[in-house]
Every structure is written in C-alpha cells, then in structure tokens.
Design a protein around this ligand. Structure first.
Ligand SMILES: Cc1cc2nc3c(=O)[nH]c(=O)nc-3n(C[C@H](O)[C@H](O)[C@H](O)COP(=O)(O)OP(=O)(O)OC[C@H]3O[C@@H](n4cnc5c(N)ncnc54)[C@H](O)[C@@H]3O)c2cc1C
Length: 307
C-alpha cells in the first residue's frame, strides 16, 4: 500500500470538486482530486443546461469536459478511486480509498448526491437490464420501445420529455395527482402526444426474465392493481447524500448531509464540505461551484495559518 502526501485532497470530481481544485491549484497548493466514478458528477446526465451563467445552452457532459480541461491545463492530479473513510493524523488526515491511502493537511468533501431507489421487489435484479437512473445516458437503449418514468419533479418530467423523442411511448407514473416540476416543463409536457400520465399510482414490483418486461402498479386511492408492459423504467424519485463513510470524523445532519457553515468548514478542523453533499437549501450548479470556491479558499487559509 502506497502513501502520498498533498496539501489538499478533494473527494469527488463533480462541479463542486472541480471548482475547488481550480482554486487550490491556482493558489499553488499540491492537490489530489479523487473520483469514484466518472468526473463531472450529476450534470453529465443533463442533455441541456440553460441556467449556467455565460453558457446559455450547453450539454452537461460538454460543460463537465470543459471544467476538466481547465484543470488539465494546470496539471491537476486526478485519481480514479472511491474514498471509503477518513482517519485523523498528527498533522492532517488520511483519506482511505478502495486502493491506496492518501494524506493531506486539509480535505474537501464534494461527494454530491446519489439516486434514491424505489426499493421494490425485482428492482435490484433489473438495474442495468431495464432499470435506469439516467434518461440522457441510457435512453437510446430503449429506442422505439415503451418505457416508464417514475417521479413527479423536474427530473422526472425532463426524463419523460427526453424519452418521448426516442421511445414509442412513455408512461409518467407519479404517486400524487399533481407534479412539482417547473411550469415551463409542464407546459412542454402537455404538448407531447406519446407521454401518458399515470397519477396517484406507485410501482410495487418489477418483473421479467433476463430483462425487465413489466411493472406492477397500485392506485393509492382505489387500491386497484394492474400490470404495465414496459421494457424500461427510469427512476427519478429524489436523491440521497453519500457521506456515511465519513460520519465518524465529521457531523452529518439527520438525513445524512454534511454540516458546514457559510465558510464550508465542516465540524472537524481541516475538513471542508462543498456542493450538493452539504446541508443547504438550493442544490444547483451555481451553488455547487460557489461552494467549491469557498471551500478551496477556506482550506488554503487553514493550511497557511497552520504554518
Ligand atoms: C439529470 C440532472 C439534470 C440537472 N440539470 C441541472 C441544470 O440544468 N442546472 C443546474 O444548475 N443543476 C442541474 N442539476 C443539478 C447539478 O447537476 C448538481 O447540483 C451538481 O452537479 C452538484 O455538484 P456536486 O459537485 O456538488 O455533486 P455531484 O455532481 O453529485 O458530484 C459528486 C461527485 O463525487 C463523486 N463521489 C461521491 N462519493 C465519492 C467517494 N466516496 N469517493 C470518490 N468520489 C466520490 C461522484 O461520483 C460524483 O462524480 C441536474 C442534476 C441532474 C441529476
């Protein structure tokens, strides 16, 4: 097992982590950026971003690529590894990963959020064989087929709109009778002919042989149960923080978000929280990159004050 020393380790190469790296590198701090999956975070799932200042209309993957290109120009060290825990040392922290152990004077946690799952029988068996969490990434696998989207917010409606251009038919299933999505999305939804809304309804089971073939639906008002034949289900039922691995070193909110102030300082000295992983009200690109900036500058100041 190898040990590497840095000024700052950033966990997560989403928009928050990449922005933090931009600032720590430009401040001359040796920086390691750890990413457990693919860099870019959630935004690579978005086909079109329209609210990032200076880029009126840009694909999420393209935006992530541009952020990473900016870091590569600064010779950023990005390692593909999943952080599994933190350990306090005499002068900083060790970040444990599924491979090596890395050391730093300060750590920025920018772990974002993951997808909430429905938790119904059959779901685990069909993930990757019909069950997906990303319409933009996986929609083409279901070309000209019938699929369902589950959820009632912006992501669910956006997913249904994306899929309506690829699939023969899209069922949008929501447990309530009204959708929480923004008005401009609902206006677009109303105009699309191959999207059918199924409201007051929950999915109770997923069935198939090797791949998904149908879902069982239950109307929450009438208790009526029926089967719906679909070859894909896109789940858009919310997000979950991914901070449990760090809970023995930093404080989390009751629902698992990192507790940190406006300076992004977490409950332990030398640990900072940035982006969607932090307890806050608005989770967007602009708030994630703003946090990345603040966390990076706070971490630099922390290190400089220790000298
Ligand atoms: C479909 C979709 C569309 C969206 N559209 C918009 C939009 O149009 N405008 C907008 O402002 N926002 C949008 N958002 C929200 C926006 O993407 C997020 O607010 C933003 O990505 C948060 O950035 P982040 O860096 O905090 O977290 P994330 O983007 O979640 O990135 C976190 C990164 O950390 C990595 N990670 C997690 N745990 C570990 C670990 N233990 N070790 C190593 N790596 C780890 C993850 O793999 C991930 O790459 C959208 C989100 C989705 C899902």
């Amino acid at each position: 097992m190898q040990s590497n020393q840095y000024d700052i380790i950033i966990v997560g190469a989403g928009p928050a982590g990449m922005t933090a790296a931009l600032y720590t590198l430009r401040a001359g701090k040796s920086t390691l950026l750890l990413e457990g999956q693919t860099y870019g975070g959630q935004i690579v799932q978005s086909r079109k971003v329209e609210n990032y200042p200076g880029a009126p209309e840009i694909g999420g993957a393209e935006l992530a690529e541009q952020m990473m290109a900016q870091l590569r120009a600064l010779d950023a060290k990005v390692v593909s590894a999943h952080a599994t825990g933190l350990r306090k040392t005499v002068d900083g922290y060790e970040v444990l990963t599924d491979g090596d152990v890395y050391s730093a004077s300060a750590v920025i946690l920018a772990t974002g959020v993951g997808h909430r799952k429905l938790g119904v029988p059959g779901e685990a068996q069909f993930i990757g064989r019909g069950v997906s969490f990303c319409a933009t990434c996986d929609g083409m696998f279901f070309r000209r087929r019938e699929v369902a989207v589950v959820g009632g917010g912006n992501t669910a409606v956006q997913d249904a709109l994306v899929l309506s251009e690829i699939c023969a038919k899209v069922y949008l299933i929501h447990r309530r009778d009204g959708f929480r999505a923004e008005k401009h999305l609902l206006d677009r939804l109303a105009k699309v002919e191959n999207i059918e809304l199924i409201t007051d309804t929950v999915v109770t089971e997923m069935k198939g042989e090797f791949t998904l073939q149908s879902v069982t639906l239950r109307n929450v008002k009438t208790d009526e149960v029926r089967e719906l034949a679909v070859s894909g289900v896109f789940e858009a039922v919310g997000v979950l923080p991914q901070n449990a691995a760090f809970a023995d070193v930093v404080a989390l909110s009751s629902d698992g978000y990192l507790l940190a102030g406006d300076d992004c300082q977490a409950s332990a000295p030398g640990i900072f929280a940035a982006g969607d992983c932090r307890q806050k009200r608005v989770r967007q690109l602009t708030t994630a990159t703003a946090d990345g900036t603040v966390a990076a500058l706070s971490a630099c100041e922390y290190i400089d004050n220790k000298k």
